[in-house]
Design a protein around this ligand. Structure first.
Ligand code: PEP
Length: 257
């Protein structure tokens, strides 16, 4: 049985004060839900991690970062290590988000090193994979997913696999208001799970949580959550408001109960 996981990627939004307000608001709203059976993860910018950690400390809400560097420490100006994220209170970290692949030169190789660094420091990586519009139109979706999964997870064993979360995020649906249809998302999730089955065995693949990300909103979460291989959501824009994020969690909880 895979536990649903909903994570909010706050990207480069929210000052420390705003992040405290948002996390407090989310905590208050989610407290009203009677044990929704969902893992909730908030991923603020690095600057707000410690403060949000304090807000969520006495709750079931967990903290994640949006990236990390694979070295423990050293002369790497501007970078933040897994050890530092642990120290700030994180238990999750997003790795290989398409915005990092697109704007900051993230590759499967760097994703792979980052996953290993996260696992070595007991952080759960949320590994993002997904095709661009051009790749989808060229019917390369599965090829891209295979490339991201095979090379991103290179060298990981079955035990490692069971400690990660995968986020299928079609790049054309991120921040665009265009969501993949539930069928398109399910097709990609099923493909990823089958590929994991080939690489690690069916039993292990059946246990891996695969979130969908790409313009998830209160209006579309229920249909997405009804798909058999969708185990939650990585939410960008709609995680920046208490009401929309809480509504997404509530609707997901209704589907899984
Ligand atoms: C994301 O940032 O991972 C994301 C899916 O963003 P949005 O929900 O805004 O499309």
């Amino acid at each position: 049985m895979r536990k649903t996981i909903i994570a909010g990627n706050w990207k480069m939004y929210k000052t420390i004060k705003e992040a405290i307000e948002l996390s407090n608001g989310i905590k208050r709203e989610l407290f009203k839900l009677d044990n929704p059976g969902i893992d909730i993860v908030l991923c603020p910018a690095f600057t707000a991690l410690s403060e949000v950690a304090e807000v969520v400390a006495e709750s079931d809400i967990m903290l994640g970062a949006q990236d990390l560097y694979w070295q423990d420490e050293g002369a790497f100006t501007g970078e933040v290590s897994a050890k530092m994220l642990k120290d700030a209170g994180c238990t999750f970290v997003i790795i290989g988000h398409s915005e990092r692949r697109q704007f900051f030169g993230e590759t499967n190789e760097s994703v792979n090193k980052k996953i290993k660094a996260a696992l070595a420091n007991a952080l759960t990586p949320i590994v993002c994979v997904g095709e661009t519009l051009k790749q989808r139109e060229a019917r390369e979706t599965f090829k891209v997913l295979e490339d991201h999964v095979r090379n991103g997870l290179d060298g990981l064993n079955k035990e490692d696999l069971l400690k990660i979360v995968i986020a299928y995020e079609p790049v054309w649906a991120i921040g665009t208001g265009k969501t993949a249809t539930p069928e398109q998302a399910q097709e990609a999730h099923k493909y990823i799970r089958e590929l994991l089955g080939k690489l690690y065995g069916k039993e292990a693949a059946a246990q891996v949580r695969i979130q969908y990300g790409g313009s998830v909103k209160p209006e579309n979460i229920s249909a997405l959550m009804r798909q058999p291989d969708i185990d939650g959501a990585l939410v960008g824009g709609a995680s920046l408001q208490v009401a929309s994020f809480a509504e997404i969690v509530k609707k997901a909880a209704e589907v899984i109960k």
